[in-house]
Write a protein that binds this ligand. Structure first.
Ligand code: T1G
Length: 695
């Protein structure tokens, strides 16, 4: 069915239906069709009322994002123009909101004189997530119905709300029991046009209270650090309160057009489509059979095992957790209950829902209780011998078609799979800590992992509420391998003249949630020490690992958990305090190594660290450990907090210019040698004037 706006008469009402599956996005054809069908209804004297609705599960999911940044036909009407035509209609116009109404979709509904929603409808203005703001008067009409404070909350946080809450806020006039189109036609009877742009009472009450906006900007500063669109949204809503409608609408449009053409918006659009693309595995056909996962098992009820169990319970899947010792099991289950209690007291869950989920988690010390599980995730100590033993046991007790997954973050999945007679049903499921919160799931395919196992686990990941990315087997997989490359450069900069707090500030200002040293203090320097010692055993002579981190850890400074690491921490505080003892340790080390320390600025720090990240990403792409650059981008945004408004390291490299990245890496390699050898892919793209997304 091609995209169209259909026209039907129902008695004296004209029904305009948006038809553009799967979500009725407003592309040029639909916006033009809406204008033309409206004219048809207005010109038809027998039409006394007009209803706008959507075909299928959605009302309208907003403007067609795939058209942004692309040339438009000169004479095509813009959505904001058509919304104004809707509102100007002399005949009563009712939106029959049959399903999801987002962005331009809600703006179309707000351009109508009344809104009747199906009980299951959801509405919202999520444009900020795309690096823009509503551009068809959503920031002007919403506060006229809800007041400024509610409008700010909806728009700045890209909230989606249900029909009941929308009615409470005044965004919807009625919730339909049965057929929403019939209800809308009935609702229109005897109604006069009521234009939202003319509603004044709520915004009049907010006028003269600039603190509403000043306080809001202050309170949102931390959460939206580095983003442009959320702050522009506040400006637009403030204009709605203080300016006449038409002036506010024009101001919103100016902000919209500036943002839609911005690098941030391009990056956030990339992430929107990237989140959906990573779920599609190039060599795993869409119709690959998927196994039903109705029962799960977890081996290990520590921090990771417990968090993973919570994901299954949140997904409604009964899960059995195995621990070797009863005491460890009791401690693990108590911790799980504590987390659910926390969700209840924070209002994220009702008591009843929390109890239902806790009831889905069973504990045992007997592996035999896993015999009916469709899938088991192993989350025990990060030691190969221990993991192999667990997999041998699972291979024996689990039913033949059960999938066995390992939560290892560094070890060889193929070696673990080889400990079983079913390597085709073995896969890595690398959760990030805390596993019940972090959105990313790095699924690791081994050489023998079957397409059915991959398709099943990728589908399961959605049910666990995760953004899953499939990667291949290598040391540290994609995320950690790139993290190590970036960290090595941070450590090299320490030797050459920088200090931890300077490097962390530069990386924080670039947009990551924290710098590499504060991050190590959070994760624990003892873990890093063990990994480095293991790594040094097999390192080629040319590749060096700085001993500075070892020296810090060898003093028992493991980070937050010991009150000191790269930084000092006051008891009970997580605030890093620079420690002169560390500055001295770093300076002494340089002297000992005969390195003349030099002044290093923030630009060099960011380029050296982030270009090293990109260079490692290029090697990973060449080796096929990641199938596409977008897999890397989504991993770094959801797993390591790479700023969404930069689109991920590979997308960002294209915006910076791959030639600049290559030239910088090459210059550093010629000077320092070692780890920074330029990836052949990076060299090739730079030579050909191409990018990761234009290769
Ligand atoms: N434009 C283009 N494609 C879209 C789209 C959109 N607005 N929304 C969804 N798709 C595609 C999506 O890429 C996927 O494609 C398929 O539809 C199914 O989506 C002036 C300018 C509606 C809640 O931000 O949040 O209006 O992968 O897999 O999980 O102010 O899609 O199958 O090829 O996500 O059921 C504002 C974006 C636009 C809403 C459905 N609107 N969409 O979720 O399915 S800006 C949005 C969503 C705007 C105006 C401004 C979700 C959904 P493919 P899906 P889902």
């Amino acid at each position: 069915m091609s995209a169209q706006v259909s026209y039907a008469k129902e008695g004296a009402a004209a029904v305009l239906t948006i038809e553009n599956p799967p979500v009725n996005a407003l592309n040029v054809a639909i916006v033009t069709g809406l204008r033309d069908r409206l004219k048809e209804a207005l010109d038809d004297a027998s039409v006394k009322a007009i209803v706008v609705t959507g075909a299928g599960r959605a009302f309208i999911a907003g403007a067609d994002i795939s058209e942004f940044g692309k040339p438009r036909p000169k004479d095509a009407p813009t959505l904001d123009q058509v919304v104004e035509l809707l509102e100007a209609s002399p005949k009563p116009l009712v939106a029959a909101v049959n399903g999801i109404a987002l962005g331009g979709g809600l703006e179309v509904a707000l351009g109508c004189h009344y809104r009747v929603a199906a009980a299951g409808a959801r509405v919202g203005l999520p444009e900020v997530t795309l690096g823009i703001i509503p551009g068809a008067a959503g920031t002007q009409r919403t506060p006229r119905l809800t007041g400024a404070a509610k409008a700010l909350d909806l728009i700045v946080n890209s909230k989606q709300i249900g029909a009941a809450e929308a009615k409470k806020l005044g965004l919807v006039d009625e919730i339909a029991e049965g057929d929403v189109v019939k209800a809308a036609i009935a609702f229109a009877q005897g109604k006069q046009p009521r234009r939202v742009s003319e509603i004044q009472d709520k915004i009049a009450a907010d006028r003269g209270h600039p603190e509403i906006f000043a306080d809001y900007r202050r309170d949102m500063a931390k959460k939206f650090r580095g983003f442009e669109a959320p702050f522009a949204a506040v400006d637009a809503v403030e204009a709605a309160v203080n300016k006449p409608f038409e002036d506010g609408r024009k101001y919103e449009r100016q902000l919209f057009e500036r943002l839609v053409a911005s690098q941030q918006a391009a990056a956030q659009r990339h992430v929107f489509f990237g989140e959906r693309e990573v779920a599609k595995i190039p060599d795993v056909p869409k119709d690959t059979p998927i196994r039903k996962i109705e029962r799960a098992g977890i081996v290990g009820c520590g921090l990771m095992g417990g968090g993973i169990a919570i994901n299954f319970a949140n997904g409604g899947i009964p899960v059995t957790v195995v621990e070797t010792q009863q005491a460890a099991l009791d401690k693990g289950l108590a911790n799980i209950r504590k987390i659910f209690d926390g969700n209840v007291s924070a209002g994220r869950l009702t008591r009843e829902a929390a109890d239902q989920r806790v009831a889905l988690i069973k504990g045992t010390t007997d592996y035999a209780d896993l015999k009916d599980a469709d899938l088991v995730v192993e989350a025990v100590f990060e030691d190969m011998a221990v993991k192999k033993q667990v997999f041998e046991t699972l291979d024996r007790v689990c039913k033949p078609d059960a999938i066995l997954a390992t939560n290892t973050s560094t070890l060889d999945v193929d070696a673990i799979a080889a400990a079983t007679r079913r390597p085709q049903q073995v896969i890595g499921m690398h959760f990030f800590s805390p596993a019940n919160i972090m959105k990313l799931l790095e699924n690791v395919r081994g050489k023998a992992t079957s397409k059915e196992t991959i398709a099943t686990v990728m589908e399961l990941s959605k049910k666990l509420g995760k953004t899953a990315v499939l990667v291949g087997v290598c040391d540290g997989f994609v995320g950690n391998r790139m993290l190590y490359a970036y960290r090595r450069q941070a450590e090299a900069l320490l030797e050459e003249g920088a200090l931890p707090q300077q490097i962390d500030k530069a990386i924080f200002d670039f947009g990551l949630p924290m710098g590499p040293f504060a991050m190590q203090d959070l994760a624990g320097l003892d873990i890093g020490l063990a990994i480095r010692r293991r790594l040094r055993e097999t390192l080629p002579a040319l590749l060096k690992l700085s001993y500075i981190p070892d020296r810090v850890a060898e003093q028992g400074r493991y980070g937050q958990k010991t009150g000191a690491g790269w930084y000092r921490y006051e008891p009970g505080s997580r605030t890093p305090i620079p420690d002169p003892a560390i500055d001295k340790l770093v300076v002494d080390y340089s002297k000992e190594q005969g390195i003349a320390r030099r002044a290093i600025d923030d630009t060099e720090i960011v380029e050296r660290c982030m270009f090293a990240l990109v260079n490692e990403g290029a090697k990973i792409l060449e080796e096929g450990i990641a199938a596409r650059p977008v897999d890397i981008d989504i991993i770094w945004i959801y797993g390591y907090g790479f700023p969404r408004y930069r689109g991920g390291p590979m997308f960002w490299a294209d915006q910076v210019g791959v030639k600049k990245v290559y030239d910088t890496i090459k210059r550093l390699y010629d000077k320092h040698g070692g780890w920074l050898e330029p990836a052949p892919l990076l060299e090739r793209l730079a030579r050909d004037g191409k990018g990761f997304y234009s290769r």
